[in-house]
Design a protein around this ligand. Structure first.
Ligand code: HEM
Length: 452
């Protein structure tokens, strides 16, 4: 029997040499939304000589991320760009190395471990809220970045981030756009060339590395003194390879530490920033949210036991991540040729899945552009993947949801926010979906004082 003829998926027209690279550089969210709307659930694009399929149907997403996950790896342009920051780590490695690393990291994310973090999360949030008293304007995106960074530092690395939070935040503002910017170029200058952009990137990365190596050195000292912290890094320091008995060396520990410091704060900070923005634009949501928070907490600081009662708070966060998923795009490389939805995906080509587009797919979402947390009162459709899906889905999802619920409840309990009039709000799709101009808000303290 003859094999079926190979079919090419439809796609937007492009330049003969650049393909769709110019549109990608100009407005990548526009390119993704426009091509999904006009070409359907499988779209073939070309970025230079790289064929990329955009998949926008939950069945196709399931095939790539779950059912045939072993045929799709992270030898991708985006992972290569991230590797320039993290090196080989859980986020970027493949195959056996990934499996081994996931096994090592997993115990730190067991349910019983995560619930033990609730108190550190509320204490850090309390300190942030205290620091806002008397302020007339806040960049809530910057405040959230510092808060989530301090939480990940304390919970996973027993590390007080106070003194370097501002330096790390500044470094991230250089690192993320640099990494993402490289994806839109057909050819990049090699990293080692001293171009102004490369120099500034390397300086920023060195800032973050300084922090990371300080954390590692402190843990080594504590371990030598026989008094190790009970955190992710100490656990990784104790792990030994079954076959060789070797532990992780400092550069491997550096790669895991930087991965968790960055992946563990930037994403949640963006989710919270968009959440507070959306709440400020929807008074009816805010009053229902505030009613729940006052009813459940009665003016107290939340504890772990309160979290299951904060159901509307959770729906607000879920709906905010539907409209503004912090990881707005997921990329894989096709290992062996595959057929999806009747179209051929060549070996070595790339597939991208955009939670941003999938979360607004009109076939799965009623009034997709509307902010309506009540839609999460029933289980979401399969077209909802803020934490990805399958074996490589987010290891920190439970951590992130607990943290986001506690922070949203505490902040809303203490303040009502108004967006500063005239402040421009524009999503910036870097590696994460950030707010291009920050998020300037006026905090109005609520009258009741929060009790312990
Ligand atoms: C709202 C917050 C967060 C969102 C939306 C988010 C989203 C995601 C997504 C979509 C993936 C899968 C990427 C892919 O398939 O290529 C992922 C992976 C990952 N996330 Fe998160 N994340 C969040 C918070 C966190 C936190 C708090 C941590 C750690 C403390 C974390 C650590 C990681 C790591 C290490 C991976 C790679 C897992 C692997 O490949 O095995 N994330 N995240």
């Amino acid at each position: 029997m003859n094999p079926l003829p190979k079919r090419k998926a439809p796609g937007p027209p492009g330049h003969f040499l650049l393909g769709n690279l110019r549109e990608f550089r100009r407005d990548v969210l526009g390119l993704v939304m426009e091509s999904a709307a006009t070409c359907g659930d499988i779209v073939r694009c070309r970025l230079g000589n790289q064929v990329v399929h955009l998949l926008n149907h939950p069945d196709h997403v399931e095939q790539v991320l779950q059912k045939r996950a072993a045929n799709y790896d992270k030898n991708t342009r985006s992972s290569a760009a991230i590797r320039a920051v993290t090196g080989e780590s859980l986020l970027t490695c493949n195959g056996k190395a990934w499996k081994r690393q996931r096994r090592m990291d997993q115990p730190a994310f067991h349910h019983r471990q995560i619930i033990g973090f609730a108190e550190q999360m509320t204490t850090a949030t309390e300190a942030a809220i205290r620091s806002w008293q008397g302020r007339t304007m806040l960049d809530i995106s910057s405040e959230m970045a510092r808060l989530t960074y301090s939480i990940v530092g304390q919970t996973l690395f027993s590390f007080n981030t106070g003194e370097d939070a501002a330096a790390v935040e500044k470094a991230m503002r250089v690192i993320l756009p640099h990494v993402f910017g490289r994806l839109g170029n057909l050819v990049n200058w090699p990293d080692w060339l001293p171009t102004p952009a490369n120099r500034s990137f390397r300086r920023s990365l060195a800032e973050v590395d300084k922090v990371v190596y300080r954390i590692i050195a402190r843990h080594r000292r504590a371990q030598e003194a026989g008094d190790p912290d009970l955190d992710l890094l100490s656990m990784l320091m104790r792990v030994r390879d079954d076959a060789t008995g070797a532990g992780l060396d400092d550069s491997q520990l550096r790669n895991e530490t930087i991965t968790f410091l960055l992946a563990g704060h930037e994403t949640t900070a963006n989710a919270l920033t968009w959440t507070f923005y959306l709440i400020s634009r929807h008074p009816e949501v805010e009053s229902r949210l505030y009613e729940e928070i006052t009813r459940v907490l009665g003016g107290r600081k939340p504890t772990l036991e309160d979290v299951p009662q904060l159901t509307y708070t959770k729906s607000v966060i879920q709906e905010s991540m539907r409209l503004y998923p912090p990881i707005w795009i997921i990329e894989r490389r096709v290992i062996e040729e595959d057929v999806i939805g009747g179209y051929t995906l060549p070996a070595g080509s790339a597939v991208v899945i955009s939670p941003y587009a999938l979360h607004r797919h009109p076939a799965f979402w009623d009034r997709p552009e509307a902010f309506d947390p009540s839609r999460f009162e029933s289980p979401p459709p399969a077209a909802y993947i803020p934490f990805g899906a399958g074996p490589r889905s987010c290891i920190g999802s439970e951590f992130a949801m607990l943290e986001a619920q506690l922070i949203t409840a505490m902040v809303m309990q203490s303040f009502h926010f108004d967006l500063v009039p005239g402040h421009p709000v524009e999503p910036l799709p870097d590696i994460t979906l950030r707010s291009k101009h920050g998020m300037m808000m006026t905090p109005h303290p609520r009258s009741a004082q929060v009790r312990d």
